[in-house]
Write a protein that binds this ligand. Sequence first.
Ligand code: AMP
Ligand code: MG
Length: 423
Amino acid sequence: MTSQAIGSSVSCADPEAPSTLTVAAAREAILANITPIRTNLRLPLRDALNAVLAQEVISPFDVPGHTNSAMDGFAMAGSDLPQQEYRDFKLIGTAVAGAPFNQSCGKGECVRIMTGAPMPEGTDTVVMQEQSLPINESQVRIAQGQRPGQNVRQAGEDIAQGSVVLNPGRRLTPADLGILASLGFAEVSVRRRPRVAFFSTGDELRSIGEPLGTGEVYDSNRYSLYGMLQRADVELLDLGVVKDDPDALREAFDSADEAADIVVTSGGVSVGEADYTKEILQQLGDMRFWKIAMKPGRPLAFGRLGNSHFFGLPGNPVAVMVTFYQFVLPALHYLATGTPYQPTTLLAESVRDIRKRAGRFEFARGFLQQREDGSFSVDPVGRQGSGILTSMSRGNCFILLSEDCEGVKDGDKVIVQPFSALM
Ligand code: AMP
Ligand code: MG
């Protein structure tokens, strides 16, 4: 692992002089430093939900395994269907899903058949029950207008034997679990999940349950981080609140680095921050302190500790969430899957003017709604300060206002990133 790409697009000879980077350049520099996990393990099917597949899944047989009926009705040879008016067929037996009809069906004959039952020999067509007229116990009348081959599912029409059904690198979905089960797989080979250690830094922080003194705040970042990490399907190590004390910080960084692929902290990385955090980080590894042209979330530290990648997120609660979603999540996704992270975005009509300064990327929080005609509208939620965490809770999306945007007028189209797509 090398860190040569860190800050390659900027001058960063002196890590104390923070460089200004665009969001895209920062993300690129981060991803260039991440090597995807290649350690595999076998998991029982249920435990593999959301895990990243490490093997090619090849079908050992056809699905469906037999050509079978798609309807309840009568099976016969398509060549026997009446060209005009009707024909009466001799009913010679019954086929149900668990109990096939094992004899052959001849000319002028038909078999009562249920959905899923294998097609008896000599038949290739099913006439729906509702379109047939039983004459008596052993005779069924079929009128013209039926199509040879209809209402039949062909063997292998969903999955052909020997075909590749799932490729390595994909996150297993509920449908994938169903497919694997239908192929008889009890276990599957998946990549090891990323391990993430995280803690908060700051002398003003108290853990919930402790009394609050003047000027002190409860550590909320660890909880929003916990929530976002939980959804990202990683193994978590919560190291609590760490005081702004050199020994305590060094110890926390060491145990985090030992246990994790990625270490995430919040607070203490702002420009001009008096905390020890920055000082210690500089001693511990190859570290960059960036000033990113974005709002909120300007300061960001990124680098390598001995064993892990490090993200030093800003302290402000909204900035933590924005930088996590925009930088840590793409890194985690790449680490886990080896594929680029592309969360769904939508085009929506802003129902309000939005003031915006050119030159930085702004992640405004908005409330996205679908109108009756199917189109989307978005309304920026009230106050947008980087300490106003309720904006992340009242909003359900980021409104992506790129560097060159100079403001939005009521009725303009904007690109939004639904929070629900970020995981
Ligand atoms: P910093 O980046 O350390 O200067 O912190 C910026 C602001 O975020 C300050 O008001 C901090 O009190 C606040 N802050 C930092 N860490 C946390 C945290 N874990 N929970 C809540 N607020 C925090
Ligand atoms: Mg601080």
